[in-house]
Design a protein around this ligand. Structure first.
Ligand SMILES: [Zn+2]
Length: 600
């Protein structure tokens, strides 16, 4: 696509040699040294917190504020570097700088350990005094949220030791996985391809090629199955051991930990998963109809990401500006300023979409913390799927844009609500395109996307959740062998996919990188949450009429200062802890699958 933009970040830093970068790092190091005295003072107070907590408050306030301001500066540098690496994975200078920034962050993390313990352990009176400072008051949600972990904290030296050991322990296992994946060689029809390139073939229209890619990927992972099994055993063994260590007052369950990170309750997670399980046939029906459209009896695992088979006049290719105009027009249907936002992102060159040589795969939205400017990265090829991806990422960008005037501490939303605006943006564009279709062939192409999402969300994502849960339960007894992991994955797929697939992807525990992310367990259900959560909000569009846009912005603005349960209670007077909320969204999914079935 010739008219794709590349991003212009020269206003942020002129280059990696910009003296502003060196200054930022120097200042960050100096400040972190200067904070040591305060950190020691807080650590000292922890020895008898009830007696000394008031004394520690000014130091705690200072560390919190300084760490936030250094963090904003450092994040700006690391975003700048990440942008360079995305466009050119071989940019060694940018990678080195990233490692330097990450090291300063680790140091800051150690400094703030006593503060974390103060926050979880101090009395209500002390916390009220702490919040007398207006900047700290802005951090209220985070402070109160972290205080919920008070029963699971260790002491200062134990916390530091855990953090320190994790670098070359827990996180090293995660890094090992990414090293393996980066060097994986997949044999696809006699051709040797890297993992990312082989994976992208799974999204191609050529069915035999997809099958060859899937088989090549799995055979490549099979070679490393013992290693990946060790990675999963170590990651989960480490987490279980740490949770156990933190369970001296009451059990620190791995799902409680995940729900806390996701800003939801266990009741919410249960309702979400149970309601989805009751509706899994909707996802299975989507697969049945997709198989029919592909002219095969049953869908194979290498078909679940297939694009829509070409029909008649459908399959239009979009230029980049056409994609921008389409998304802007669709967004404007909700509010003119939303459409203007899309044009602004385009005009300011805040989107990088043009193919480059050593480009990273995937798409994402990021932003410069200091300037409060979003950026979008993707590789645009003109397909309908790509237009939807762009709409998704611009949805994320809009989310941060409507929060740009707020204190940064009120903008940290969890993964669950992070996917609200993105999927909302996708839905707006899909509905808009569907309305504009002139014939059934064009409608079919869009409805295919709905069906694929339904299949992914109602079968694939829950199967990942199921697998992870059963793996952890078994890991409590002992490490698992590759063949046991295969069996568990097969069972999880059977439970959710039923007979809607010709076979199950038993090597998925190795090929899906999400299981090996060391920073976070259960990386998967937030997608399902975001999908249904967003549809639930979208469904209110008619009920609220002209007021809906304002309501939508208010919801987005509150995502960083409320948990998801309170957010929906406040704005929609609904409870996401009840199955009814999720069923409402699943009914919308059912309608879109039924529409697809009719078109097939
Ligand atoms: Zn997203």
């Amino acid at each position: 696509m010739n008219d794709c933009t590349t991003w212009d970040n020269s206003q942020i830093f002129t280059s990696l040699n910009d003296p502003k970068i060196e200054n930022t790092l120097k200042l960050a190091r100096e400040k972190s040294v200067a904070l040591t005295a305060d950190a020691n003072l807080v650590a000292e107070c922890l020895t008898d917190l009830r007696a000394k907590e008031i004394e520690a408050i000014p130091a705690v306030q200072n560390i919190l504020k300084e760490c936030q301001s250094i963090g904003i500066e450092l994040m700006t540098v690391s975003t700048y570097c990440n942008c360079l690496v995305s466009v050119d994975a071989k940019n060694e200078a940018a990678k080195q700088l990233l490692a330097t920034v990450s090291k300063i962050f680790t140091e800051l993390g150690k400094l703030s350990t006593p503060v974390d313990l103060f926050i979880t352990g101090a009395s209500e009176t002390a916390i009220t005094l702490l919040k007398k400072d207006s900047e700290i008051l802005d951090m209220s949600f985070e402070i109160d949220h972290n205080r919920q972990l008070r029963d699971f904290m260790l002491n200062n030296s134990e916390e530091k030791l855990t953090k320190g050991l994790a670098e070359d322990g827990l996180h090293a296992w995660g890094k090992l996985y990414f090293t393996l994946a980066g060097n994986l060689e997949c044999n696809v029809d006699g051709e040797t391809l890297g993992f990312a390139n082989a994976s992208s073939l799974l999204r191609q229209g050529d069915r035999p090629k997809r099958e060859a890619a899937w088989k090549g990927i799995n055979a490549a992972w099979e070679v490393h199955s013992e290693t990946v099994a060790s990675i999963l055993n170590s990651l989960n063994g480490w987490r279980l051991e740490e949770n156990q260590f933190r369970s001296s007052i009451k059990e620190f369950h791995y799902l409680d930990k995940s729900c806390h990170q996701s800003h939801i309750t266990r009741k919410t997670l249960n309702s979400l998963m149970e309601t989805t399980f009751e509706n899994r046939q909707v996802g299975q029906r989507a697969h049945g109809a997709m198989a029919k459209a592909l002219g095969i009896k049953t869908l194979a695992p290498w078909d679940i990401l297939s694009p829509a088979p070409k029909r008649g006049t459908a399959g239009k290719s979009y230029s980049f500006s056409e994609a921008i105009d389409t998304i802007a027009e669709a967004y404007s249907g909700l509010a003119p300023e939303m459409g203007e936002f899309v044009h602004m992102m385009h005009k300011k060159n805040w989107i990088d979409a043009k193919e480059t040589e050593a480009r990273s795969p995937g798409a994402y939205c990021t932003g410069f913390a200091k300037q409060r400017e979003p950026r979008v990265f993707m590789t645009f090829d003109g397909s309908m799927g790509n237009v939807i991806t762009l709409a998704h990422e611009l949805g994320h960008a809009y989310h941060s844009w409507v929060m740009r005037d707020m204190p940064i501490s009120k903008t940290h939303y969890a993964m669950t609500t992070a996917e609200t605006a993105s999927i909302f943006g996708e839905t707006l564009v899909r509905d808009f395109l569907f309305e504009k279709c002139q014939n059934d062939d064009q409608k079919f192409e869009i409805a295919w996307q709905d069906a694929e999402s339904a299949g992914a969300m109602l079968c694939n994502i829950p199967a990942r959740f199921e697998f992870e849960k059963s793996m952890i339960e078994k890991r409590k007894e002992r490490p698992l062998s590759p063949s046991e992991l295969k069996e568990q994955m097969g069972q999880a797929w059977k439970l959710w996919y039923g007979d809607s697939l010709s076979q199950y992807d038993e090597m998925y525990w190795a090929s899906k990188l999400h299981f090996s992310i060391s920073q976070l367990g259960f990386y998967n259900y937030p997608y399902l949450f975001g999908y249904l959560f967003s549809l639930g909000i979208y469904a209110q569009r008619e009920n609220f009429g002209d007021d809906f846009n304002q309501l939508y912005i208010k919801i987005l603005r509150d995502t960083g200062s409320m948990n998801a349960v309170d957010l929906i209670k406040k704005h929609l007077s609904k409870s996401i802890e009840e199955k009814e909320f999720w069923q409402g969204s699943l009914d919308i999914v059912e309608k879109s699958v039924a529409r697809f079935e009719r078109l097939v």
